[in-house]
Design a protein around this ligand. Structure first.
Ligand code: HAM
Length: 417
Protein backbone atom coordinates (compact mmCIF):
# COMPACT_ATOMS: atom_id res chain seq x y z
CA UNK A 1 0.00 0.00 0.00
CA UNK A 2 1.13 3.53 -0.64
CA UNK A 3 -0.04 6.96 0.51
CA UNK A 4 -2.49 8.71 -1.81
CA UNK A 5 -1.13 11.05 -4.51
CA UNK A 6 -0.17 14.52 -3.27
CA UNK A 7 0.08 13.57 0.41
CA UNK A 8 3.17 12.49 2.33
CA UNK A 9 4.51 11.07 5.56
CA UNK A 10 6.72 13.08 7.87
CA UNK A 11 9.36 10.66 9.14
CA UNK A 12 11.90 11.06 11.96
CA UNK A 13 14.44 11.56 9.20
CA UNK A 14 13.79 11.38 5.47
CA UNK A 15 17.19 11.56 3.78
CA UNK A 16 15.68 11.60 0.30
CA UNK A 17 13.22 14.41 1.09
CA UNK A 18 14.92 16.25 3.93
CA UNK A 19 11.94 18.61 4.34
CA UNK A 20 9.82 15.66 5.46
CA UNK A 21 11.91 15.09 8.61
CA UNK A 22 9.94 15.55 11.79
CA UNK A 23 12.63 17.31 13.81
CA UNK A 24 12.55 20.21 11.33
CA UNK A 25 8.74 20.40 11.60
CA UNK A 26 8.96 20.40 15.40
CA UNK A 27 11.39 23.30 15.32
CA UNK A 28 9.34 25.31 12.83
CA UNK A 29 6.12 24.75 14.77
CA UNK A 30 7.81 25.70 18.04
CA UNK A 31 9.02 28.98 16.55
CA UNK A 32 5.54 29.62 15.09
CA UNK A 33 4.02 29.22 18.56
CA UNK A 34 6.62 31.46 20.17
CA UNK A 35 6.09 34.21 17.58
CA UNK A 36 2.30 34.02 17.85
CA UNK A 37 2.48 34.27 21.63
CA UNK A 38 4.89 37.24 21.46
CA UNK A 39 2.25 39.05 19.41
CA UNK A 40 -0.54 38.11 21.82
CA UNK A 41 -2.25 35.44 19.69
CA UNK A 42 -3.80 32.38 21.36
CA UNK A 43 -4.09 28.91 19.88
CA UNK A 44 -7.37 27.70 18.44
CA UNK A 45 -7.92 24.15 17.13
CA UNK A 46 -10.89 23.56 14.88
CA UNK A 47 -12.00 20.27 13.30
CA UNK A 48 -10.48 19.16 10.03
CA UNK A 49 -13.97 18.45 8.71
CA UNK A 50 -16.65 21.14 8.31
CA UNK A 51 -20.04 21.60 6.63
CA UNK A 52 -19.41 22.24 2.91
CA UNK A 53 -21.62 25.31 3.04
CA UNK A 54 -19.09 27.08 5.27
CA UNK A 55 -16.58 27.26 2.42
CA UNK A 56 -19.18 28.02 -0.27
CA UNK A 57 -20.25 31.07 1.71
CA UNK A 58 -16.77 32.28 2.66
CA UNK A 59 -14.10 31.23 0.18
CA UNK A 60 -16.55 31.86 -2.66
CA UNK A 61 -18.63 29.75 -5.03
CA UNK A 62 -16.53 30.81 -8.05
CA UNK A 63 -13.09 30.47 -6.44
CA UNK A 64 -10.67 27.80 -7.70
CA UNK A 65 -10.73 26.21 -4.26
CA UNK A 66 -14.49 25.68 -4.27
CA UNK A 67 -14.95 24.86 -7.94
CA UNK A 68 -12.04 22.46 -8.37
CA UNK A 69 -10.14 21.65 -5.23
CA UNK A 70 -12.33 20.63 -2.32
CA UNK A 71 -12.43 17.17 -0.83
CA UNK A 72 -16.21 17.04 -0.46
CA UNK A 73 -18.35 14.01 0.25
CA UNK A 74 -21.58 12.92 1.95
CA UNK A 75 -21.23 11.47 5.40
CA UNK A 76 -23.40 8.57 6.56
CA UNK A 77 -26.05 11.05 7.68
CA UNK A 78 -26.20 12.43 4.11
CA UNK A 79 -24.63 15.76 5.16
CA UNK A 80 -22.29 17.33 2.66
CA UNK A 81 -18.97 17.69 4.46
CA UNK A 82 -15.58 19.03 3.34
CA UNK A 83 -12.02 18.55 4.54
CA UNK A 84 -11.00 22.13 5.32
CA UNK A 85 -9.12 23.71 2.40
CA UNK A 86 -8.08 26.67 4.57
CA UNK A 87 -8.24 27.86 8.17
CA UNK A 88 -9.93 31.27 8.20
CA UNK A 89 -13.53 30.19 7.64
CA UNK A 90 -13.40 27.47 10.36
CA UNK A 91 -11.99 29.97 12.87
CA UNK A 92 -14.79 32.40 12.04
CA UNK A 93 -17.35 29.59 12.36
CA UNK A 94 -15.98 28.76 15.82
CA UNK A 95 -15.93 32.45 16.75
CA UNK A 96 -19.63 32.80 15.92
CA UNK A 97 -20.64 29.45 17.42
CA UNK A 98 -18.95 30.10 20.78
CA UNK A 99 -19.80 33.82 20.87
CA UNK A 100 -16.15 34.66 21.31
CA UNK A 101 -16.95 38.32 20.64
CA UNK A 102 -17.96 38.48 24.31
CA UNK A 103 -14.29 38.13 25.25
CA UNK A 104 -11.63 40.80 24.64
CA UNK A 105 -9.17 38.07 23.55
CA UNK A 106 -9.77 37.91 19.84
CA UNK A 107 -6.45 37.06 18.28
CA UNK A 108 -6.04 33.42 17.29
CA UNK A 109 -3.42 31.24 15.67
CA UNK A 110 -3.51 27.67 14.36
CA UNK A 111 -1.16 25.08 12.96
CA UNK A 112 -2.58 22.13 11.07
CA UNK A 113 -3.34 20.32 7.84
CA UNK A 114 -5.45 21.72 4.99
CA UNK A 115 -6.73 19.79 1.99
CA UNK A 116 -6.92 20.87 -1.63
CA UNK A 117 -7.35 18.55 -4.59
CA UNK A 118 -4.64 20.15 -6.72
CA UNK A 119 -2.38 18.65 -9.37
CA UNK A 120 0.49 17.43 -7.18
CA UNK A 121 3.82 19.09 -7.95
CA UNK A 122 6.76 20.62 -6.12
CA UNK A 123 5.36 22.95 -3.44
CA UNK A 124 1.75 22.01 -4.17
CA UNK A 125 0.18 19.14 -2.29
CA UNK A 126 -3.26 17.70 -1.61
CA UNK A 127 -2.59 17.86 2.11
CA UNK A 128 -0.49 20.81 3.20
CA UNK A 129 0.05 22.39 6.60
CA UNK A 130 -0.51 25.99 7.53
CA UNK A 131 0.50 28.25 10.35
CA UNK A 132 -2.21 30.89 10.34
CA UNK A 133 -3.25 33.83 12.47
CA UNK A 134 -6.46 35.83 12.61
CA UNK A 135 -6.96 39.12 14.49
CA UNK A 136 -10.63 39.96 14.95
CA UNK A 137 -12.26 43.18 16.08
CA UNK A 138 -9.98 45.98 14.98
CA UNK A 139 -10.25 47.89 11.74
CA UNK A 140 -7.05 49.84 12.37
CA UNK A 141 -4.53 49.71 9.50
CA UNK A 142 -1.89 49.28 12.22
CA UNK A 143 -3.35 45.83 12.88
CA UNK A 144 -2.84 44.91 9.21
CA UNK A 145 0.80 45.94 9.54
CA UNK A 146 1.21 44.04 12.80
CA UNK A 147 -0.24 40.89 11.22
CA UNK A 148 2.28 41.15 8.39
CA UNK A 149 4.98 41.82 11.01
CA UNK A 150 4.08 38.57 12.80
CA UNK A 151 4.42 36.61 9.57
CA UNK A 152 7.68 38.36 8.73
CA UNK A 153 9.10 37.76 12.24
CA UNK A 154 8.28 34.08 11.92
CA UNK A 155 10.28 33.81 8.70
CA UNK A 156 13.10 35.87 10.14
CA UNK A 157 13.37 33.81 13.32
CA UNK A 158 13.59 30.69 11.19
CA UNK A 159 16.61 32.25 9.47
CA UNK A 160 14.96 32.99 6.11
CA UNK A 161 16.17 36.04 4.20
CA UNK A 162 15.64 38.02 0.99
CA UNK A 163 11.87 37.67 1.25
CA UNK A 164 9.58 40.12 -0.42
CA UNK A 165 6.23 41.25 0.91
CA UNK A 166 3.96 42.07 -1.96
CA UNK A 167 1.15 44.41 -0.98
CA UNK A 168 -2.03 45.75 -2.52
CA UNK A 169 -5.41 47.18 -1.59
CA UNK A 170 -8.43 45.77 -3.35
CA UNK A 171 -10.70 48.39 -1.77
CA UNK A 172 -14.10 47.94 -0.22
CA UNK A 173 -17.16 46.27 -1.71
CA UNK A 174 -18.24 49.35 -3.64
CA UNK A 175 -14.83 49.97 -5.17
CA UNK A 176 -14.45 46.35 -6.06
CA UNK A 177 -17.76 46.03 -7.83
CA UNK A 178 -17.03 49.23 -9.75
CA UNK A 179 -13.59 47.91 -10.63
CA UNK A 180 -14.97 44.52 -11.58
CA UNK A 181 -17.39 46.16 -13.96
CA UNK A 182 -14.58 48.04 -15.65
CA UNK A 183 -12.57 44.82 -15.90
CA UNK A 184 -15.49 42.90 -17.41
CA UNK A 185 -15.95 45.75 -19.89
CA UNK A 186 -12.25 45.62 -20.81
CA UNK A 187 -11.87 41.84 -21.06
CA UNK A 188 -15.14 41.38 -23.00
CA UNK A 189 -13.66 43.53 -25.75
CA UNK A 190 -10.75 41.07 -25.98
CA UNK A 191 -12.50 37.89 -24.88
CA UNK A 192 -11.32 35.91 -27.94
CA UNK A 193 -7.73 36.34 -26.69
CA UNK A 194 -8.49 34.96 -23.23
CA UNK A 195 -7.83 31.36 -22.17
CA UNK A 196 -11.01 29.22 -21.91
CA UNK A 197 -10.66 29.29 -18.13
CA UNK A 198 -10.48 33.07 -18.00
CA UNK A 199 -13.44 33.32 -20.38
CA UNK A 200 -15.41 31.43 -17.74
CA UNK A 201 -14.06 33.77 -15.06
CA UNK A 202 -15.57 36.74 -16.94
CA UNK A 203 -18.97 35.83 -15.54
CA UNK A 204 -18.03 34.76 -12.05
CA UNK A 205 -14.67 35.89 -10.82
CA UNK A 206 -13.16 38.39 -13.19
CA UNK A 207 -10.50 39.54 -10.68
CA UNK A 208 -8.83 36.15 -10.96
CA UNK A 209 -7.95 36.82 -14.60
CA UNK A 210 -5.39 39.27 -13.22
CA UNK A 211 -3.30 36.56 -11.62
CA UNK A 212 -3.85 33.92 -14.29
CA UNK A 213 -0.73 31.91 -15.15
CA UNK A 214 -1.66 31.80 -18.85
CA UNK A 215 0.71 33.91 -20.98
CA UNK A 216 -2.00 35.37 -23.23
CA UNK A 217 -4.09 36.30 -20.17
CA UNK A 218 -1.06 37.91 -18.56
CA UNK A 219 -0.34 40.08 -21.62
CA UNK A 220 -3.95 41.28 -21.65
CA UNK A 221 -4.01 41.76 -17.87
CA UNK A 222 -1.06 44.12 -18.14
CA UNK A 223 -3.19 46.42 -20.28
CA UNK A 224 -6.30 46.18 -18.09
CA UNK A 225 -7.39 48.99 -15.75
CA UNK A 226 -5.48 48.77 -12.46
CA UNK A 227 -6.99 48.58 -9.03
CA UNK A 228 -5.11 51.41 -7.32
CA UNK A 229 -6.71 53.84 -9.82
CA UNK A 230 -10.14 52.68 -8.69
CA UNK A 231 -9.55 53.22 -4.96
CA UNK A 232 -11.36 56.00 -3.12
CA UNK A 233 -9.20 58.62 -1.36
CA UNK A 234 -10.05 56.98 1.99
CA UNK A 235 -8.98 53.55 0.80
CA UNK A 236 -5.82 54.98 -0.67
CA UNK A 237 -5.05 56.74 2.61
CA UNK A 238 -5.61 53.49 4.50
CA UNK A 239 -3.14 51.42 2.49
CA UNK A 240 -0.63 54.26 2.71
CA UNK A 241 -0.92 54.00 6.48
CA UNK A 242 -0.23 50.25 6.34
CA UNK A 243 2.82 50.96 4.19
CA UNK A 244 3.97 53.68 6.57
CA UNK A 245 3.79 51.24 9.51
CA UNK A 246 5.70 48.56 7.60
CA UNK A 247 8.45 51.06 6.82
CA UNK A 248 8.57 52.06 10.48
CA UNK A 249 9.04 48.37 11.36
CA UNK A 250 11.74 48.00 8.68
CA UNK A 251 9.73 45.39 6.80
CA UNK A 252 10.58 45.61 3.11
CA UNK A 253 7.57 45.51 0.78
CA UNK A 254 6.63 46.29 -2.76
CA UNK A 255 3.31 47.45 -4.15
CA UNK A 256 1.73 44.96 -6.52
CA UNK A 257 -1.42 46.28 -8.22
CA UNK A 258 -2.06 42.84 -9.78
CA UNK A 259 -2.29 41.04 -6.44
CA UNK A 260 -5.92 40.02 -5.83
CA UNK A 261 -5.67 36.65 -3.98
CA UNK A 262 -7.76 33.62 -4.75
CA UNK A 263 -10.35 33.70 -1.98
CA UNK A 264 -13.47 35.86 -2.16
CA UNK A 265 -13.62 37.14 1.39
CA UNK A 266 -10.92 39.80 1.16
CA UNK A 267 -11.28 43.58 1.17
CA UNK A 268 -8.78 46.45 1.43
CA UNK A 269 -5.32 45.12 2.37
CA UNK A 270 -4.05 41.93 0.70
CA UNK A 271 -0.49 40.63 0.80
CA UNK A 272 1.74 37.72 -0.13
CA UNK A 273 5.31 36.86 0.75
CA UNK A 274 7.55 35.32 -1.87
CA UNK A 275 11.15 34.31 -2.27
CA UNK A 276 12.60 34.96 -5.71
CA UNK A 277 9.66 34.43 -8.04
CA UNK A 278 8.61 31.09 -6.62
CA UNK A 279 5.32 30.02 -5.11
CA UNK A 280 4.03 32.26 -2.36
CA UNK A 281 5.26 31.27 1.09
CA UNK A 282 2.33 32.90 2.78
CA UNK A 283 -0.49 35.30 2.18
CA UNK A 284 -3.48 36.95 3.70
CA UNK A 285 -5.36 40.15 4.13
CA UNK A 286 -8.36 41.87 5.62
CA UNK A 287 -11.81 40.28 5.48
CA UNK A 288 -14.14 42.67 7.27
CA UNK A 289 -17.42 41.24 5.97
CA UNK A 290 -16.90 37.54 6.64
CA UNK A 291 -18.14 37.22 10.21
CA UNK A 292 -21.45 38.85 9.29
CA UNK A 293 -21.88 36.62 6.24
CA UNK A 294 -21.53 33.63 8.58
CA UNK A 295 -24.25 34.94 10.90
CA UNK A 296 -21.92 36.59 13.40
CA UNK A 297 -21.39 40.15 14.57
CA UNK A 298 -20.29 42.85 12.16
CA UNK A 299 -16.63 42.83 13.14
CA UNK A 300 -13.56 43.52 11.04
CA UNK A 301 -10.69 41.02 10.83
CA UNK A 302 -7.31 40.47 9.26
CA UNK A 303 -5.03 37.44 9.05
CA UNK A 304 -2.58 35.27 7.15
CA UNK A 305 -1.77 31.65 6.39
CA UNK A 306 1.64 30.27 5.51
CA UNK A 307 2.37 26.83 4.11
CA UNK A 308 4.92 24.99 6.24
CA UNK A 309 6.04 22.70 3.39
CA UNK A 310 7.07 25.71 1.33
CA UNK A 311 8.64 27.38 4.37
CA UNK A 312 10.79 24.34 5.14
CA UNK A 313 11.71 23.82 1.49
CA UNK A 314 12.83 27.46 1.32
CA UNK A 315 14.88 27.05 4.50
CA UNK A 316 16.67 24.13 2.85
CA UNK A 317 17.13 26.01 -0.42
CA UNK A 318 18.65 28.96 1.49
CA UNK A 319 20.96 26.70 3.50
CA UNK A 320 19.42 27.72 6.82
CA UNK A 321 20.41 25.83 9.99
CA UNK A 322 17.77 23.11 10.37
CA UNK A 323 18.72 22.02 13.88
CA UNK A 324 19.77 18.54 14.87
CA UNK A 325 17.74 15.36 15.13
CA UNK A 326 17.14 14.82 18.86
CA UNK A 327 19.30 12.12 20.42
CA UNK A 328 18.90 10.15 23.63
CA UNK A 329 21.28 11.19 26.38
CA UNK A 330 21.82 7.74 27.86
CA UNK A 331 21.44 4.18 26.60
CA UNK A 332 21.64 1.43 29.20
CA UNK A 333 22.86 -2.01 28.20
CA UNK A 334 22.04 -4.71 30.80
CA UNK A 335 24.12 -7.88 30.56
CA UNK A 336 21.71 -10.24 32.33
CA UNK A 337 18.19 -10.55 33.71
CA UNK A 338 18.89 -9.05 37.11
CA UNK A 339 20.67 -6.12 35.49
CA UNK A 340 17.65 -5.61 33.24
CA UNK A 341 15.40 -4.89 36.21
CA UNK A 342 17.92 -2.49 37.68
CA UNK A 343 18.30 -0.79 34.27
CA UNK A 344 14.57 -0.21 34.08
CA UNK A 345 14.52 1.28 37.58
CA UNK A 346 17.49 3.56 36.91
CA UNK A 347 16.03 4.64 33.56
CA UNK A 348 12.74 5.46 35.23
CA UNK A 349 14.37 7.57 37.95
CA UNK A 350 16.48 9.51 35.46
CA UNK A 351 13.56 10.12 33.08
CA UNK A 352 11.54 11.54 35.94
CA UNK A 353 14.36 14.02 36.42
CA UNK A 354 14.28 14.98 32.74
CA UNK A 355 17.17 12.93 31.34
CA UNK A 356 16.27 10.99 28.18
CA UNK A 357 17.12 7.31 28.60
CA UNK A 358 16.60 4.13 26.58
CA UNK A 359 17.23 0.55 27.67
CA UNK A 360 18.50 -2.19 25.35
CA UNK A 361 15.91 -4.98 25.75
CA UNK A 362 17.40 -7.39 23.25
CA UNK A 363 19.35 -9.70 25.53
CA UNK A 364 20.60 -11.81 22.62
CA UNK A 365 22.70 -8.90 21.44
CA UNK A 366 26.44 -9.24 22.12
CA UNK A 367 28.02 -6.26 23.91
CA UNK A 368 29.97 -5.12 20.81
CA UNK A 369 26.76 -5.17 18.74
CA UNK A 370 24.89 -3.30 21.49
CA UNK A 371 27.62 -0.64 21.49
CA UNK A 372 27.45 -0.37 17.69
CA UNK A 373 23.70 0.12 17.90
CA UNK A 374 24.13 2.86 20.53
CA UNK A 375 26.61 4.52 18.20
CA UNK A 376 24.21 4.35 15.25
CA UNK A 377 21.48 5.83 17.43
CA UNK A 378 23.94 8.57 18.42
CA UNK A 379 23.31 8.15 22.16
CA UNK A 380 25.58 10.51 24.10
CA UNK A 381 26.44 7.98 26.83
CA UNK A 382 26.17 4.24 27.22
CA UNK A 383 25.96 2.59 30.65
CA UNK A 384 26.73 -1.11 30.88
CA UNK A 385 25.31 -3.04 33.83
CA UNK A 386 26.56 -6.54 34.63
CA UNK A 387 27.23 -8.54 37.82
CA UNK A 388 30.03 -6.25 39.05
CA UNK A 389 27.87 -3.20 38.61
CA UNK A 390 24.94 -4.88 40.33
CA UNK A 391 27.12 -5.65 43.30
CA UNK A 392 28.58 -2.15 43.56
CA UNK A 393 25.35 -0.35 42.67
CA UNK A 394 27.27 1.67 40.07
CA UNK A 395 27.71 1.46 36.27
CA UNK A 396 30.43 1.51 33.68
CA UNK A 397 29.80 4.60 31.59
CA UNK A 398 31.12 5.32 28.12
CA UNK A 399 31.11 8.83 26.70
CA UNK A 400 30.35 8.19 23.02
CA UNK A 401 31.79 11.53 21.91
CA UNK A 402 35.33 11.08 23.24
CA UNK A 403 35.18 7.30 23.85
CA UNK A 404 36.28 7.75 27.47
CA UNK A 405 35.17 4.96 29.80
CA UNK A 406 34.37 5.75 33.43
CA UNK A 407 34.21 2.82 35.88
CA UNK A 408 31.97 2.68 38.95
CA UNK A 409 29.84 5.69 38.13
CA UNK A 410 26.84 6.66 40.20
CA UNK A 411 24.47 7.91 37.49
CA UNK A 412 22.49 10.31 39.67
CA UNK A 413 25.66 12.04 40.87
CA UNK A 414 27.05 12.02 37.33
CA UNK A 415 24.04 13.79 35.80
CA UNK A 416 23.24 15.90 38.86
CA UNK A 417 26.62 16.68 40.47
P1 HAM B 1 -3.85 30.78 0.72
O1 HAM B 1 -3.01 31.78 -0.01
O2 HAM B 1 -4.84 30.02 -0.09
O3 HAM B 1 -4.58 31.57 1.88
O4 HAM B 1 -2.91 29.74 1.46
C1 HAM B 1 -1.92 30.18 2.37
C2 HAM B 1 -0.60 29.48 2.11
O5 HAM B 1 -0.80 28.07 2.19
C3 HAM B 1 0.00 29.70 0.74
O6 HAM B 1 0.74 30.89 0.68
C4 HAM B 1 0.90 28.49 0.60
O7 HAM B 1 2.12 28.69 1.29
C5 HAM B 1 0.12 27.42 1.33
N1 HAM B 1 -0.60 26.55 0.39
C6 HAM B 1 -1.82 26.74 -0.14
N2 HAM B 1 -2.17 25.72 -0.93
C7 HAM B 1 -1.13 24.85 -0.89
C8 HAM B 1 -0.87 23.57 -1.49
N3 HAM B 1 -1.75 22.97 -2.28
N4 HAM B 1 0.31 22.96 -1.21
C9 HAM B 1 1.22 23.54 -0.40
N5 HAM B 1 1.03 24.73 0.19
C10 HAM B 1 -0.12 25.38 -0.05
C11 HAM B 1 -5.40 30.99 2.81
O8 HAM B 1 -5.56 29.81 2.95
C12 HAM B 1 -6.04 32.01 3.73
N6 HAM B 1 -6.89 31.28 4.69
C13 HAM B 1 -5.00 32.83 4.44
C14 HAM B 1 -5.61 33.86 5.34
C15 HAM B 1 -5.75 33.78 6.69
N7 HAM B 1 -6.17 35.00 4.95
C16 HAM B 1 -6.65 35.63 6.02
N8 HAM B 1 -6.41 34.89 7.06
Amino acid sequence: MQALPGVFDILPKDSQHLWRSSHIWERVEKIARECARDFGFQEIRTPIIEPTDLFLRSVGAYSDIVTKEMFTFSDRGQRSVTLRPEGTAPVMRAFVEHRLDASPKRKFFYIGPMFRYERPQEGRYRQHHQFGAEAIGTAAPEQDAETIALLYSFYKRLGLRDLEVSLNSIGGLETRSRYQESLVHFFKQHSHKLSPESQRRLDGNVLRILDSKNEGDQTLAKMAPVLPDALSPKERERIRRVQHCLSALSIPFSENPMLVRGLDYYNETVFEVIWKTGNSLGGGGRYDGLLKVLGGPDMPAVGFGTGLERVIQTMIAQGVDLGQEPVTTLRIVPLNDAALMMSMRVAHTLREKGISVEVEYNQQLKLTKAMQKADQLRSKFVAVIGDDELRSGTVTLKDMNNHQVHAKVDLLTFFFP
